[in-house]
Design a binder for this molecule. Structure first.
Ligand code: KG4
Ligand code: ZN
Length: 345
């Protein structure tokens, strides 16, 4: 089933980005168009599902046209259509899934269903010719930290994963978003907190660690979020603005970020100790956090383990990771059918 030119179209609409990409042979990005709905949701302080769905419906066709134009390929050049079908906002997923099914039917090309989290774990391979990744060995330990999920996986191949830990409440990105709202820094919270934290002292406030317990590989971010809320607004969160209370916002942001990064890195390396993997992999929006990236790299160097992190732009939601992973699915005959469902979880 091998081909030297597997040109795949990827579609991603699981949350608040309408994204379409064309990728050749699982790694070469011919185009990667991402339309963020950030501006639409900003005023509400978070994602409004109904608004997200409507925006996907309006944007999917123009974004598809842009992606094909940028890649300089025609619909007839495509060998397969890949789409994120889980997890995510069901109405949002449906827009991408319906578009992908229509294209697959009309063009008579295979439809390949992609799990969004597996795609995040695949993203580091994009842009690297297979010869440059020839030394890659499995198993690997992977962390996906995004707005909706924070999970650790044991990766046995690009298409074989086992979950070994997860958050028991909020996701790491969700904690960034909520703490950002508490501090009045706006949405999305991750980049806003990261910027503010650069001006602050990460050791100024000692928040308790963001993991469920010391033995398991699970995380818990909800207690940390509440601790920041009480610290910022007083007990019972009754007082309104941490700024008006004369608190140092950069110090709170830096200390919060420090606690999250420390917990994520701690659990990753706990998994390394347990499973002795050949490499570590990161993915998801939170993996674009510079402090997390450098902390993982530093510790990996010390512990002599390879670490792979996608370019920052490929950490947040995109469709290149969808079209890329589809190559391996196709090679392994994991092709879907036109009854494919959008699945929220
Ligand atoms: O993967 P992603 O784009 O969408 C989901 O699948 O959820 O992740 C979005 C999440 C948001 O919660 C956002 O605040 C967080 O990733 N994020 C960051 C950074 N950039 C985005 N968190 C920390 N630091 C960042 N630089
Ligand atoms: Zn994501």
């Amino acid at each position: 089933m091998k081909s030297t030119h597997f040109i795949c179209l990827g579609i991603e609409t699981s949350c608040d980005e309408t994204a379409v990409s064309v990728v050749e042979n699982g790694w070469k990005i011919l185009s990667n168009i991402v339309l963020s709905q950030e501006e639409l949701h900003k005023v509400y302080g978070g994602i409004v599902p109904e608004i997200a769905c409507r925006a996907h419906i309006e944007s999917i066709t123009p974004i598809l046209e842009q992606a094909l134009k940028k890649a300089e390929v025609k619909l007839s050049n495509l060998k397969a259509i890949a789409v994120t079908h889980r997890p995510g906002l069901v109405g949002a997923l449906l827009v991408g899934v319906s578009a992908a099914k229509s294209l697959s039917l009309v063009l008579n090309r295979p439809l390949i269903a992609i799990d969004h989290l597996e795609a995040h774990l695949y993203a580091y391979r994009l842009g690297h010719a297979p010869s440059r990744l020839a030394h890659l060995k499995y198993p690997q330990v992977g962390l996906v930290a995004s707005g909706g999920h924070t999970s650790l996986y044991l990766i046995k191949s690009p298409i074989t994963y086992k979950k070994i830990g997860a958050t028991i409440d909020d996701a790491a990105g969700e904690a960034f978003d909520k703490v950002s709202a508490i501090l009045g820094l706006g949405y999305p919270g991750g980049p806003a907190i990261e910027r503010m934290a650069r001006e602050g002292n990460p050791d100024s406030i000692k928040f308790s660690p963001a993991y469920a317990d010391t033995d398991s590989l699970n995380f818990s971010f909800s207690g940390l979020k509440t601790a920041v809320l009480y610290y910022s607004k007083g007990q019972n969160a009754s007082r309104r603005s941490p700024l008006k209370r004369g608190l140092n916002i950069p110090d709170i942001a830096a200390s919060f970020q420090e606690t999250v990064v420390d917990s994520l890195v701690g659990k990753m390396f706990q998994a390394v100790e347990k499973f002795s993997p050949h490499a570590l992999v990161l993915g998801g929006g939170v993996a674009s956090n510079q402090m997390l990236r450098s902390r993982v790299q530093k510790r990996a160097k010390k512990e002599r383990i390879k670490v792979f992190i996608p370019d920052r732009i490929l950490c947040t939601d995109n469709a290149a990771m969808v079209a890329g992973l589809a190559y391996f699915k196709w090679q392994n005959k994991k092709v879907s059918h036109l009854y494919l469902d959008a699945m929220p979880s």
